[in-house]
Design a protein around this ligand. Sequence first.
Ligand SMILES: NC(=O)c1ccc[n+]([C@@H]2O[C@H](COP(=O)([O-])OP(=O)(O)OC[C@H]3O[C@@H](n4cnc5c(N)ncnc54)[C@H](O)[C@@H]3O)[C@@H](O)[C@H]2O)c1
Length: 371
Amino acid sequence: MLIGVPKEIKNHEYRIGMTPAGVRELVAAGHQVIVQRDGGTAIGLTNERYEAAGATLIDTAEEIFATADMIVKVKEPQPNECKMLRSGQILFTYLHLAPDPEQTKLLVDSDAVAIAYETVTDNHGGLPLLAPMSEVAGRMAIQAGAHSLEKAQGGLGTLLGGVPGVAPAKVVVIGGGVVGINAARMAMGLGADVTILDRSLPRLKQLDEVYGPQLKTLYSNVESIEDEVVAADLVVGAVLIPGAAAPKLVTREHLKKMKTGAVVVDVAIDQGGCFETSRATTHQEPTYTVEDVVHYCVANMPGGVARTSTFALTNATLPFVQALANKGYKQALKDDVHLLNGLNVHRGNITYKAVADVLGYAYQAPADAVS
Ligand SMILES: NC(=O)c1ccc[n+]([C@@H]2O[C@H](COP(=O)([O-])OP(=O)(O)OC[C@H]3O[C@@H](n4cnc5c(N)ncnc54)[C@H](O)[C@@H]3O)[C@@H](O)[C@H]2O)c1
């Protein structure tokens, strides 16, 4: 199969859909890979590395879209990219169609086969192509929080781990999923005093078994959240209710009782945020202060560490890219129900129920589409 990897064109997006190592695997299996020149240069994945891995460098996205059988990307295609898609061409990338009627219509009109990273599933009820970005964001939350706690950043001037004779900072993580546990691990690693709250008892039991007494687990309710947040130096918001906006668990009233210069990092901001006072920020201006509490609410945290994020994402996507390339998309989707769950648009039809329902399209079952 001829696989095309264009350079990402969304503002400040430096990730790329495939690493040189991924290219090498595909070329070894007999496929051809074309990569847009300078597609990975910003994160140290140079043209030379792609060529050494066996890729052919192409100057323009137009040429890639015009010839490749499958396009592998990171971000949702922008309108001019959608217009370059060809009938029957496979597109494998993040799509997030439900809130995006324009992109959805362009993909339907393109007659292409669009498979979304974010709806591919696994045997444990998880989303394996979303998880790597949650791991990145969770770990980064502590890095960002520690920096924001510094005096020059408006913070209280507290070192997370303390020093001998000085108590460590109190870190409270609300939500014990992928983001939450990665944040907790980083905070524990730095020597902070860490408490994690979740409303799933099985999850809390699992965390307790894995981390023991170093990690305090608490059942999440209005009272426990209030008690913990008020005493915290750093609070990480990491809740998710699938398919719904994040619940506002921390209110302005709570902030008024917090320490001056305490920090909140709202990772759930991409779902609206779980602090009443959160609003989305960017890497250019990541923080602002409300009620003397520093807020870090970057909606695209993994973009800040685009190199690590690219490796993490492509580790997870490559097996699926290989299946699609080796078997062709129809057989690959028939053989793997989890990849089939990723099919969002097939040759002019919407094949993901939630997208069809919310945007008013007829729904075609993905299994029918590929039968
Ligand atoms: N800002 C970013 O760049 C970025 C990057 C990756 C993920 N995210 C977001 O981070 C959030 C968390 O993602 P995840 O992958 O960890 O999800 P996840 O499903 O793995 O975990 C969410 C956890 O929240 C818990 N939860 C739900 N309601 C709760 C409540 N009231 N109190 C305490 N816990 C509660 C759930 O039980 C679950 O364990 C999502 O909104 C996701 O979109 C943001």
